[in-house]
Design a protein around this ligand. Sequence first.
Ligand code: GLU
Length: 377
Amino acid sequence: MAVTALSHLTDPAACPRLVLKVGSALLVERGGGARREWIAALVAEIAAARARGQQVVVVSSGAIALGAARLGLERGGRGNLADAQAAAAVGQIALAGLWADLLAAEGLVAAQLLLTLDDLEDRRRYLNASSTLARLLEAGAVPVVNENDSVATAEIRFGDNDRLAARVAQAAGADAVVLLSDIDGLFDRDPADPAAELVREVAGVDETVRAMATGGSGSGMGSGGMVSKLEAAEIAGRAGIALAIVNGNHAGPLGRAVERDTGTLFLPQRRDGGRKVWLGGRIAPVGVLTVDAGCADALATGSSLLAAGVLQVDGDFVRGDLVTIHSAKGDRLAQGLAEYSAAECRTIAGRSSAEHADLLGYSPRAAVVHRDHMVLL
Ligand code: GLU
């Protein structure tokens, strides 16, 4: 059974495993103190979910905001990377203590996982995180996950917990992700416009849906805005996971969203196998292969990417690295693992398979990106 309605979020049959992402603005007051009562009310909802038979993973922001206040850093600790990392180090320990205390008050055991982007991009480390999450949930704990902001550097960060939550949902084999936000959901235009209407259901994020998202975080406290939420919805959707954006500005936001049926639900799009789920959720490609129209059509029908259709090779990558495949117009068509290095790709781009052995000086591989190692976007 899949999650196809907001009411399913509290239904253990449709949603046995749920990821709940809580943004900084909900956890931390403007002055930098923790919103203890609000968190306690959310923890009561988590306890109720557990009592119904649902397993819950929390993805919690708030480390930078909490730490910045304690260190007296300007711009909420987000002025530069060094400040953010120092703030996160101070804030994370407070944040973990807060979750552990409040969960314990409901008789629940908190577990902390601090992940970097690389932990989930690398297949072996992703599997490790996945089995740790599975074991914790089985043992009855509530994993509380955040990005390991104090060590992640600019080039290798998620930077927002929306996409992290979608990736964690994949690793945890969750049925749905709920992004608690400071807004009711996705609006069809700038929510400040009085004519703006809440979009209740989205079956696939396309250009029309993307055009509805405006700018960054409304609160200025977190880094995720609607754009990162849509990216999270795409990552989740490709893995057969539903994603809901609901308003967290109320005590007990999950129950409220379900009762009032208010929020945006992104329906799961397809159910790939485990390895393709991981591949389709990877977010740090190191190269781009631009292909011609004939090749784009062939990819859409499930073929491997052959060198003959490659128009251009960008980036510097080695065999096995993640590359995205773009149409000549620049649309992202697919992503997958390159069978060749960037230099080898440039050598054989646009050339037929019969010529490859001579061009390369050794026997060629079957494809530039094999369909078994490729996911359509
Ligand atoms: N990981 C960051 C924190 O704990 C928040 C990232 C975000 O704003 O989404 O402060």
